[in-house]
Design a protein around this ligand. Structure first.
Ligand SMILES: Nc1ncnc2c1ncn2[C@@H]1O[C@H](COP(=O)(O)OP(=O)(O)OP(=O)(O)O)[C@@H](O)[C@H]1O
Ligand SMILES: [Mg+2]
Length: 238
């Protein structure tokens, strides 16, 4: 059963920037899709069109009744509460939870991203990585069937990446439909059922992760994650 169908979607902004050009793909219920693309390839614009935050210039998006939960690339823009606890509670309240259930949900959501010890801190003073963990906690607290993560690893250290990956795996095991927009394939590609490459507003590849790794990804400005880092000389992206 399809969870999302994007058909012939284009987005041209007032300044004539063509952000997306004739994009078509679909995602099944419970499928985990990684969409890779370099800076400016159109990932965030695509997310806002799927979520209905903006209208496409052409084409259509069908969510088949799903409501999309979003984890924004800009973690700051997503903070609504004074403290992490309050922030996560906002979403959970909207989802209809009350008192004990609400408290338990907030606690568990913050625990899963390693942020429980900061639950009463002033949210605006959290570090970049902590703000991203908070955004992920917020989405955990709202039981969405389709969740889109826009660059979920930005600013995260290694433990942070592992926590977000554990959350993503848990959501996948719960049969949620997940879209991860990222260029950091080495952190997440193994969880994907479907892999799409976006470049200059167009889909250049759609297939399995295995097929994707056999492509020349660099032609679309994506580093192939199968690269090795065994010598000091490897540790320079020049
Ligand atoms: N409101 C806007 N007006 C004009 N151009 C825009 C607007 N929003 C986005 N764009 C352009 O659309 C293109 C795609 O932007 P988008 O934010 O989707 O890229 P991205 O793939 O998310 O990049 P990044 O990896 O840097 O987050 C870019 O060229 C961007 O400058
Ligand atoms: Mg973006």
């Amino acid at each position: 059963m399809k969870a999302l169908e994007v058909t012939g979607v284009s987005k041209i902004f007032a300044d004539k920037t063509i952000a997306l050009e004739d994009i078509s793909f679909s995602i099944d219920q419970g499928e985990f899709c990684v969409i890779a693309g370099s800076n400016g390839s159109g990932k965030s614009v695509l997310m806002s069109l799927i979520a209905g935050l903006d209208e496409p210039t052409g084409g259509s998006v069908n969510l088949f009744g799903n409501s999309a939960g979003l984890v924004f690339q800009d973690a700051d823009s997503q903070i609504l509460g004074e403290t992490p606890e309050e922030d996560v509670a906002f979403g959970a309240k909207n989802f209809g939870l009350k008192k004990e259930a609400l408290e338990a949900c907030v606690k568990s959501s913050l625990e899963q991203t390693g942020l429980l010890h900061k639950r009463s801190a002033y949210a605006r003073t959290l570090s970049g990585g902590e703000k991203r963990r908070l955004a992920v906690s917020g989405i955990l607290a709202t039981n969405r069937s389709l969740i889109i993560f826009d660059e979920p690893f930005a600013n995260l250290d290694w433990p942070g990446v592992r926590q977000v990956c554990a959350v993503l795996k848990k959501l996948k095991d719960e049969k949620k439909t997940i879209i991860v927009l990222t260029h950091e394939l080495e952190k997440i590609l193994a969880l994907a059922d479907k892999f799409i490459v976006l470049d200059k507003g167009k889909i250049r590849f759609e297939g399995t992760p295995q097929e994707g790794l056999r492509q020349n990804l660099e032609q679309w400005s994506i580093k192939n994650p199968a690269a090795h880092y065994s010598t000091l000389e490897d540790m320079l992206w020049l």
